[in-house]
Each structure stands twice: as C-alpha cells, then as structure tokens.
Design a protein around this ligand. Structure first.
Ligand SMILES: [Ca+2]
Ligand SMILES: [Ca+2]
Ligand SMILES: [Ca+2]
Length: 388
C-alpha cells in the first residue's frame, strides 16, 4: 500500500509539467494566448517581396483585451507594408499591433510585407514576434519576455533566406610555368638577368557576373596579395576573395576591374575602417591608390648577387583595366562556386608576341603613373590573366 503514496504525487508532477508548455483550458480567469507564423514554402529571390503572417490564437477561457503584438524585423528584410492596423517604429524596426481584442477560441492574423536583402554573412533573416501585453493572465506564458528564440507559446519565429549562392574568386600567381613564391626562389629573366620576388599584389574592383545584357554586382573591391606565399603549396592554394552572394542562375561571364575604377579611386583611406582593403596603399602625391605592386631584387650582372631593388608601384586612372571573361557560370541556391584565375607575372613584364620587355638594367622602379614601365605593365594585364 505504501507504494501508492509515491506513485500518486509523481503522476501529478508529470501532469503539471506537461501543462506548463501545453494547453491549459482548466484555469479560470485567464486567456491562453498562442502565437505562430504561417509557414512559407517558397524562398524569395534577393530583392523579392514576402508576406509574413503571424497567427494569434486565444485558447481561452476568457476574452483578452488590450493585447499588443510586436515583431522585430531582422536586418535581412526591409518592411514595405504593414497590414491589420500595425505600425512600424524604431531602428532596428519593430512592427506593433496594439489594442487587439481576441475572444476565446478565436484566431486573428497579422500580416506585413517585406523585401529580402542579400544574404551576406552575419545578416539575420529571422522574424521574431511575441505578445507584449494582455489584460488577462496567461497560464503558460508571460508577455514581453521573449528572447532570441521562442521559449513560450506566445512567441514565434520564422527564418526565411532568399535564394542565393556563394561565389569566390581565387587567384594563383605564376612566373611562366612556375608557381610564384616570395623571397628564396630565383626566376630567370630576359637577357641573362634573374629576379627574386618580395611582393606582388593588386586590387580588383567592380566584380560583376554578366547575364545577357544584364549584370549582377558581386564585390566592390578586393586586395589580392601574394606577400605571404612562400611555398609551392601556398602558391597552389592561391589567394581568394571574400565570398560574395548572387541570385542562382546561369551567367554568361564575369567582368572585373584590375585596379580601381575612377569612383573608388576618388576615395581616400580615411573613408574606410581599418582592415578594409582601401584603408591602405594610397599614394598622396598622385592622388591615387596603388593599383598593383611588384617588388623584388634583380641580379643584373649576372653574378648571383641580387643587389638591385625592383619597386614598381602602379596607380592612376589611366592604368585601370576592365577585364571580361565570357564563360558560363552556374550558381545554385545554397551552392558555392569558386572561379579560378591564373595570373602570370612574366606576361606582365614581357610581351609574348614581340619579345619586348621591361629592362631592369634601364629601369628598376616606377613611382609615376605615366611612366612607360607603368603603362607597359598595365597594357599587358589582360594577357597575363586567364580564367580556368
Ligand atoms: Ca498554451
Ligand atoms: Ca500562452
Ligand atoms: Ca512570452
């Protein structure tokens, strides 16, 4: 008989526990408000409109008056229209529906329409709604205590990302057939000269994928630097851009600038936070960013002594080059594509058709945007870069 006393209290505890997060129609003087989002089966396109619908249900037993609902709008959506008498306030935006009266066993719907932004890393696409006020006590939830994820039945969340794929550009540097690595390796140059590398870097800008006569911008600017490429393994890995995001589809090609277009080149490093690609590599005297840098040491005699410093820093709007590669590129929703580019420094220094080359016995540095060596290198960029 003793056992019954243990079993009975335990079953009551279990029952009460189940009620806490479930339906409780038994308690008088209360209204159990429950909130949910209507499911959305189809993902929007980037820039597309989505109508969200929050459903408020009163499980009873009493009518609740003075109910207020709020939905926190994530960074990933721009609200275009709010239905059912809702108002939008604040920044970040909150949509509020107030003065709601809802009877027992009644469901009311609240809608708003929002435009999906590009799903860049760290941008939130979760709508979070909750009951923030009610004139009735609720047996299993408390108004206005919602956090990031719904913990009570008067809170709801819906995450909906637009259709998008990730695109990364990877650049590998070569010197003729050989991988380009910094410092130790000797590279044979024209007329019995030889060079060793110290730095090779360049900006790319206005990266866009082409689609017929249209285009989709991918990245504004990136700095591709081989400064820390010391081994064949590192050279084979290449240097990648920060991944960008684009609508899925098949594109016909890619276009980007080598250097900075005149708009970006009219900006200055203080315009950017530290760590931004354009927070450095500026050349005040020329009022220009340095589009690309090639630094090394040359053995000119030749006697094995690499004592002549090579410093070619090239900028200036006249040396900006727009490059186009016609190639089908397919991007799938939630897919990731790496576009492979190879750049051959030798082809920037030596014309592959005429044999004309930068003669390091005549010129070891370029610090003027108009110098013949700067223009020579800029003119050979298109030939030096290939898309795999
Ligand atoms: Ca409930
Ligand atoms: Ca409730
Ligand atoms: Ca709550």
């Amino acid at each position: 008989m003793k056992h019954l006393f243990y079993i009975l209290p335990l079953s009551i505890v279990l029952f009460a526990g189940a009620c806490k997060n479930n339906d409780d129609e038994m308690q008088p003087g209360k209204a159990d408000l429950e909130l949910s989002f209507e499911p959305i089966a189809e993902k929007p396109e980037i820039g597309g409109l989505v109508t969200f619908q929050a459903n408020l249900y009163n499980r009873g037993p009493l009518t609740a008056d003075g109910v207020t609902l709020e939905n926190s709008v994530p960074e990933g959506y721009q609200v275009e229209d709010v239905g059912n008498g809702g108002v939008i306030t604040g920044s970040p935006a909150v949509i509020r529906w107030s003065g709601i009266s809802i009877q027992a066993d009644e469901t009311l719907s609240f809608t708003f329409t929002a435009r999906a932004e590009k799903p860049l890393e760290g941008i939130d696409f979760t709508q979070r709604a909750q009951v923030v006020a009610s004139n009735q006590a609720d047996p299993d939830s408390t108004p206005n205590n919602g956090a990031d994820s719904p913990k009570e039945d008067d809170e709801a969340a819906l995450t909906l990302l637009p259709r998008a794929g990730e695109v990364t550009l990877n650049f590998k540097a070569f010197y003729g057939p050989d991988p380009l690595v910094m410092f130790d390796r000797e590279y044979a140059y024209e007329d019995n000269m030889a060079i060793k590398m110290q730095l090779f870097q360049f900006y790319i800008s206005k990266v866009r994928l082409l689609k017929g006569s249209g285009e989709e911008p991918l990245t504004d600017v990136g700095l591709i630097s081989f400064a820390n490429v010391y081994t064949d393994e590192e050279a084979a890995a290449g240097i990648s851009t920060v991944p960008g995001v684009l609508p899925p589809g098949t594109y016909t090609g890619i276009e980007f600038g080598f250097g900075l277009d005149s708009v970006l080149n009219a900006t200055i490093p203080p315009d950017y936070p530290l760590g931004h690609p354009l927070s450095e590599n500026y050349w005040e005297a020329a009022s220009s960013y340095i589009f690309f840098k090639f630094e090394g040491n040359a053995d000119l005699e030749p006697n094995g002594d690499f004592s002549d410093k090579l410093t070619f820093h090239v900028g200036g709007n006249s040396n900006y080059r727009k490059l186009t590669f016609d190639r089908p590129i397919t991007i799938e929703d939630e897919g990731a594509v790496t576009l492979q580019f190879n750049i051959d420094l030798h082809k920037m220094l030596v014309d592959q058709n005429t044999g004309e080359y930068l003669d390091f016995r005549q010129v070891t540095q370029s610090h003027s945007n108009e110098s013949p060596s700067a223009t020579f290198m800029a003119n050979h960029i298109q030939e030096a870069i290939e898309m795999e």
